[in-house]
Ligand binder design. Structure first.
Ligand SMILES: NC(=O)c1ccc[n+]([C@@H]2O[C@H](COP(=O)([O-])OP(=O)(O)OC[C@H]3O[C@@H](n4cnc5c(N)ncnc54)[C@H](OP(=O)(O)O)[C@@H]3O)[C@@H](O)[C@H]2O)c1
Length: 423
């Protein structure tokens, strides 16, 4: 497994000083990521088989995810039919809920690969109306070297299934595709960014953060903002976007080191250890005039503590329930009940009602028609150095199980966890 310190890389793209150190992972790997792989050259050298990691058994109620849940198989290279494209998967994002979906009844089935995560892939051959040979696309990608995909929204087998309505004819006008899960990256994006950045800043993490901050905005310099999950993929983006608007931003980390990272690497005004026993007192001290905006991907006890400090008519963007997902990683997991969607609790809902707090809570897919706007705004922030990609890249197709397990074994990758297939 290729890492920067013999364990899974914990480094984002940028070092502690916030300057580019050139990638943990990808810059040394895919040096010419967007060259065409199809056509005659492909036919001559095409591999005959596809490597694929499949699930051997469901994750149990104990949440333990171990190497024996994964098995490497080889299958014949699929032949495309009308309406399909063959793609080579370059890099796969791992979302927080991956382990849950490996449980009985989850979308990842025993004997099959995971199809719930988004990948960046190159189109090798195509009989699809949207994807052309040589295109670089994002799609629901399996833990396999090659696969077929389609831009046809009506096909059940190509969606990542994150629960958004299927009726959206989202990017059709922009992209010629009616799919909410598959998207052709524009050449201007491919020229500027490596695959890991495209899938972090311009993937679901950056997009969720962008739409969320937009919808609880405009964020003003006078705003006092709290961002939970700041060491994670969406929170790290959201915190930086709020900071770029001139607001005072306080973030959180699990432990004092991670709270320090929020200040030292991410550049926030303050980082608080959300596990601290004096959390309420620390929040009061950090927000003497109360909280105007809360961006929340965790829910649970931290969010209850934050909600108590929120001002009348303040704004709350709730997008996830990481406290529940990672419950087993907490030193004291007993107080982590967040049964409601996006980590809401009765107390938080009561406070929202009583203080007339504006609540935004949705899956980012509902905003997919605004993708080009988001790409352009996020791009401006990256290019003016106000937004750093934060990701942890695990290299090597053979290391996919280790990479996935690192999300849940206490390695605590910073930012977006990504698996790079070709090294
Ligand atoms: N609505 C949408 O469209 C959308 C989009 C993307 C993600 N999501 C959801 O949003 C949530 C977060 O996603 P993500 O990708 O940012 O996750 P992630 O990268 O895995 O990060 C998880 C974050 O949660 C923190 N955390 C873990 N347990 C916590 C607890 N008990 N209390 C407070 N903080 C805790 C972690 O901090 P430490 O590691 O420092 O402990 C880390 O910062 C997930 O539920 C995901 O499914 C929703």
């Amino acid at each position: 497994m290729t890492t920067d310190n013999n364990s899974v890389s914990r480094r984002g793209l940028f070092g502690a000083a916030g300057k580019a150190t050139v990638v943990a992972g990808i810059a040394g790997g895919i040096t010419a990521p967007f060259r065409s792989l199809g056509g005659v050259a492909w036919a001559a050298t095409a591999p005959k088989t596809v490597k694929k990691w499949i699930l051997t058994k469901n994750v149990g109620d104990d949440n333990k995810l171990t190497a024996d849940h994964f098995k490497l198989i080889e299958e014949p290279m699929p032949q495309i039919k009308k309406g399909e494209a063959l793609v080579k998967v370059l890099l796969c994002n791992i979302h927080a809920n991956t382990r849950n979906l490996m449980k009985k009844g989850g979308s990842t089935k025993v004997g099959e690969t995971d199809k719930t995560n988004y990948s960046i892939a190159q189109v090798i051959q195509s009989m699809d109306k949207t994807f052309k040979e040589g295109d670089t696309i994002t799609c629901a990608g399996g833990w396999n070297t090659y696969q077929t995909t389609s831009s046809d929204l009506s096909r059940e087998d190509v969606g990542a299934g994150h629960g958004a309505p299927r009726e959206f004819a989202l990017v059709e006008e922009l992209n010629g595709s009616n799919s909410r899960t598959a998207y052709v990256f524009r050449p201007v994006m491919l020229k500027q960014y490596t695959p890991d950045v495209l899938m972090d800043v311009f993937g679901t993490s950056g997009l969720t953060a962008y739409y969320g901050v937009r919808e609880v905005g405009p964020i003003m310099p006078r705003d006092r903002v709290a961002v939970s999950g700041t060491t994670g993929s969406v929170g790290a983006m959201a915190a930086q976007i709020c900071k770029a608007r001139g607001a005072t931003v306080v973030g959180f980390g699990g432990g004092t080191d991670r709270a320090k990272w929020v200040v030292d690497t991410l550049g926030m005004d303050k980082g608080i250890d959300y596990r601290a026993t004096d959390l309420d007192a620390q929040l009061k001290a950090a927000f003497p005039n109360g909280i105007d905006v809360y961006v929340d991907g965790t829910g649970g006890p931290l969010s209850e503590a934050v909600a108590k400090q929120m001002n009348q008519d303040s704004r709350y963007f709730s997008y996830g329930g990481a406290a529940q997902i990672y419950k087993d990683l907490q030193p004291d997991a007993s107080n982590m009940a967040t049964a409601k969607e996006y980590g809401m609790t009765d107390l938080i809902e009561k406070i929202i009602k009583e203080r007339h707090i504006k609540l935004e809570a949705w899956n980012q897919a509902v905003w997919a028609q605004d993708r080009i706007e988001a790409e352009n705004k996020l791009s401006q922030l990256v290019n003016t150095k106000k937004l750093k990609p934060i990701n942890t890249v695990v290299k090597g197709f053979e290391n996919i199980p280790k990479g996935v397990m690192s999300q849940y074994d206490g390695s605590n990758p910073y930012g977006k966890l990504q698996l790079q297939y070709d090294v």
